[in-house]
Design a protein around this ligand. Structure first.
Ligand SMILES: C[S@@+](CC[C@H](N)C(=O)[O-])C[C@H]1O[C@@H](n2cnc3c(N)ncnc32)[C@H](O)[C@@H]1O
Length: 422
């Protein structure tokens, strides 16, 4: 027990450590895995987890500098928790952090526990300002920006030093939580839930009614939310449906549709007439599309590969290709992306994207339009991809394209409208 600290506070610290350590173990075992929902139900645990995921380069640099660099994965996760608490968060006194970490490791190895004790005392005793000043002065630039080395290399090759620092700084903050009022919400669900603040319209989707969610608990418990009159929707996700500009009565396909954020907008634009094929190769994820579409009469969900579509998905007026991508525009929501990104992985994704574009193009009727979109900031997945498609596919023209960089109000996204000549 730590002198002067109530045992309840220590038990809670140990509980958060166990939750964060286990969540990190699961998350890092699988590239692209989403932040576990169980930590989102515990705001403290979620905050520590997100801090570790945002600050891993700094935490690892400190650990490796004060050890032989061979720290075991589980011990490292405990150290991440302790350093995140001690250097970035304000909840726990240093003696509680050190004791909690040491007790946790002692159950596995007494030798490791004395290593953890010595390392944490060395790193946390001087005070956070001194330790973080040493990181700023002595660590390599990707550590100072808390980016994985491959992502730093990709971004520093095309951004100015000040642009890169501004982007990396922005990505350390939480993403805004924005909800949209669904069109056609029933009148009893029309009242705006508590905890929402109306936002100004975005120029790419001026009619969308958007709100910043200031109190998720109150909002998600409200009758309007229960009646599904609102939907969590970052404003950037409205760019691609806006460029596609679907009209009632059209034959439309969303070929990478799950979990359905953009399909919901397309379905609303059809207004109950026409057809919307919602395709995804993941049956599990497609179940979410069905839930989100609220049994819209126009929607047909199909588990299929966009490169091998059933014959009925043809003669289309409009196609949305919201392809799998490196997710570098949504790093605030998916902080692990910055550690998993590699140039080879991005190029592999670009090859998949090119195959989907080539397979979808003939499904469009002459005069039809196709929007290609990503939540990536990488030119290889965006403009360069579209330019390569246009070079390889006579009969298509680029009518419009737009890149949104992430900012305080929205995530990053790219969309391009391609039209098949008559
Ligand atoms: C970026 S997400 C789509 C997000 C969705 N449009 C939305 O707004 O909610 C990409 C989706 O593409 C799917 N996917 C990946 N490769 C595919 C392929 N070859 N054919 C069909 N779907 C694919 C994934 O399962 C994933 O659900």
């Amino acid at each position: 027990m730590t002198m002067g600290i109530p045992p309840k506070a220590e038990r809670r610290a140990a509980q958060v450590l166990r939750g964060v350590e286990a969540a990190l173990g699961r998350l890092l075992a699988r590239a692209g895995a989403e932040v576990p929902a169980e930590t989102a139900g515990d705001p403290t645990m979620h905050q520590v987890l997100m801090t570790v995921l945002r600050r891993r380069a700094t935490l690892d640099w400190l650990i490796d500098r004060h050890s032989d660099g061979r720290t075991r994965p589980r011990t490292r996760r405990v150290l991440w928790w302790a350093l995140a608490e001690g250097l970035y968060l304000d909840g726990l006194p240093v003696p509680v952090i050190v004791d909690t970490a040491v007790e946790d490791i002692k159950a596995i190895s007494r030798g490791e526990a004395s290593f953890v004790n010595a390392l944490l005392r060395r790193l946390l005793s001087p005070g956070r300002e001194a330790v973080l000043a040493a990181v700023r002065e002595q660590s390599p630039p990707w550590v100072q920006l808390d980016l994985g080395r491959p992502l730093y290399d990709a971004w520093s090759a095309r951004l100015s030093p000040s642009g890169l620092a501004a982007l990396a700084g922005l990505l350390q903050s939480p993403a805004p939580l924005v909800v949209r009022r669904r069109q056609g919400a029933t009148t009893e669900a029309a009242a705006t839930p508590a905890g929402l603040e109306a936002l100004p319209a975005v120029d790419w989707a001026p009619s969308a009614e958007l709100y910043r969610c200031l109190d998720p608990g109150a909002c998600f418990a409200s009758p309007a939310w229960q009646a599904q009159a609102f939907y969590v929707q970052d404003p950037s996700t409205l760019l691609a449906p806006a460029l596609l500009a679907v009209r009632p009565g059209e034959r439309v396909a969303d070929l990478c549709s799950a979990p359905g954020g953009k399909a919901v907008v397309l379905s609303e634009a059809l207004g109950g007439s026409g057809v919307l094929f919602c395709v995804d190769r993941s049956g599990v994820r497609l179940a979410r599309v069905r839930e989100n579409l609220l049994a819209a009469a126009t929607a047909r969900t199909l588990v299929a590969d966009a490169c091998d579509l059933p014959p009925e998905v043809a003669a289309l007026d409009a196609i949305l290709l919201d392809v799998p991508c490196s997710n570098t525009g949504v790093v605030r929501r998916r902080p692990d992306v910055r550690w998993h990104f590699t140039a080879a992985g991005r190029d592999e994704l670009a090859a998949t994207q090119a195959a989907i574009l080539a397979a979808a193009a003939p499904r469009l009727r002459p005069g039809g339009r196709m929007v290609y979109s990503t939540c990536s900031l990488e030119p290889q997945e965006n403009h360069d991809q579209v330019a390569a498609f246009l070079r390889a596919t006579p009969g298509f023209v680029l009518e419009d394209e737009r890149q949104l960089d992430p900012d305080a109000g929205h995530d990053g996204a790219y969309a391009a409208r391609l039209v098949r000549r008559r």
